[in-house]
Design a protein around this ligand. Structure first.
Ligand SMILES: NC(=O)c1ccc[n+]([C@@H]2O[C@H](COP(=O)([O-])OP(=O)(O)OC[C@H]3O[C@@H](n4cnc5c(N)ncnc54)[C@H](OP(=O)(O)O)[C@@H]3O)[C@@H](O)[C@H]2O)c1
Length: 361
């Protein structure tokens, strides 16, 4: 089978490097184009990332000499790739306009940026939860006059560690009405160089700009329904989020208390629901889908970032400490790898679903 050619916009950044690394040896996709800011454009990839390659694995040798394009020049990508992963860090309106321009040039966009998360006809996917939102693609194309292009986005990395456990309970017939979450988010989530080291060592920073608003609003789109060519948000869960930056390299942790709307499952019943949870990516056997999307840890002190972030190749959510809550109904701790499941790995899984649904051809 001919592999599908992939471009990476923002290939020199933290998330872009993760794409480069995770796509190495991918059975369906191969990187054929890399682009970044005009500062990097024209340089060989190895020179553009010199002194800021942050992964433990070396960069794939066959990509080291690839010349970096200017991500702002859409015409440079035409004919070089079938679709792009967007991991750009620029002003939101600039990213939105650029992603639209790629789609208009028949190059589909699978984005990690937040620019299009609020666009009503852009699916915001967690593949296990709302794969049916891809049904919107024909309406999105029609509304924009795009032939083969599309834009699909990933939600914020901070919500990944509790959205699947939450969805599994709702799908099993236990809707949730209220949820309070406190996150402890890794420094890699801020990109490179990110938070100054003197702010981070021996410290916790109780503020991440825009993160609490995203955590409170994005779930309603993900749980929304497709109707009349747009996503109609589901506002049945009230969420209050506290987001903190902590001195952890990778892995976002979330402490969650939630209240059920009606029926309340027992503790062992919830663990059984989580352990049995499988969804469309597992049924389709998508290459990056974790076999067990939710892994329940019964040990008292788990999950922990440096022990559990790589579970399911960094694509599974680890959950633990499920117990009754004296204020709401239950509480638990969730953990997921923010630059893998929460960023590049999640984007790749989205693209695999797009391919399986025939949207990439
Ligand atoms: N880090 C995470 O865990 C995470 C998780 C989810 C989503 N995201 C989102 O993913 C995106 C990338 O995040 P990151 O952490 O990888 O950021 P980053 O490390 O700062 O990388 C940003 C990338 O954007 C490029 N860029 C900057 N200005 C540009 C311009 N004017 N024109 C074209 N390209 C430009 C940079 O190119 P140069 O190297 O040439 O400057 C670099 O490749 C962001 O939108 C972020 O919100 C990140």
């Amino acid at each position: 089978m001919r592999k599908i050619s992939v471009g990476i916009l923002g290939a020199t950044g933290m998330v872009g490097q993760n794409y480069i690394s995770l796509l190495e040896g991918h059975p369906w996709f191969e990187v054929s184009y890399v682009a970044a800011s005009p500062r990097s454009a024209g340089q060989k990839y190895k020179d553009a990332v010199k002194g800021r390659w942050h992964l433990t694995a070396d960069m794939p040798a066959h990509l080291a000499d690839l010349v970096v394009g200017d991500a702002n020049d859409v015409s440079a990508a035409v004919g070089k790739c079938d679709f792009v992963f967007s991991a750009l860090e620029m002003a939101k309106d600039e990213i939105r306009a650029l992603e639209n321009a790629y789609a208009a040039a028949d190059i589909g966009v699978v984005s990690n940026a937040s620019a299009h998360r609020g666009t009503v006809n852009v699916p915001m996917l967690i593949t296990e939860i709302n794969p049916h939102h891809l049904d919107l693609i024909p309406a999105q194309r029609a509304a924009n006059g795009w032939k083969k292009g599309f834009v699909v986005v990933k939600p914020n990395c901070s919500i990944q560690s509790y959205m699947m456990p939450l969805f599994a309970l709702q799908r099993a017939g236990f809707p949730v009405s209220r949820l309070i979450v406190s996150t402890m988010q890794a420094v890699s989530g801020a990109g490179y160089p990110g938070v100054p080291s003197l702010d981070m060592i021996d410290n916790v920073v109780p503020y991440i700009g825009g993160e609490e608003e995203k955590s409170e609003s994005e779930p309603s789109k993900i749980f929304g329904r497709v109707e009349g060519g747009v996503i109609v948000n589901d506002t049945s869960i009230k969420i209050s989020a506290h987001c903190n930056r902590v001195p952890v390299s990778d892995g976002h942790t979330a402490c969650v208390s939630l209240e059920f709307a009606a029926k309340k499952p027992g503790i062992e019943e919830i663990i059984a629901i989580w352990e049995a949870f499988r969804s469309v990516p597992q049924e389709l056997g998508l290459p990056s889908a974790p076999e067990r999307p939710i892994i329940y840890r019964r040990e008292e002190g788990r999950p922990q970032p440096n022990k559990d972030r790589d579970a399911g190749h960094g694509m599974a959510v680890s959950v633990g400490r499920l117990r009754p809550c004296p204020v709401f109904d239950i509480r638990f701790v969730g953990l997921s790898h923010n630059t893998n499941r929460g960023a590049a790995g999640g984007g790749i899984l989205n693209a695999e679903l797009l391919k399986a649904r025939g949207c990439l051809g």
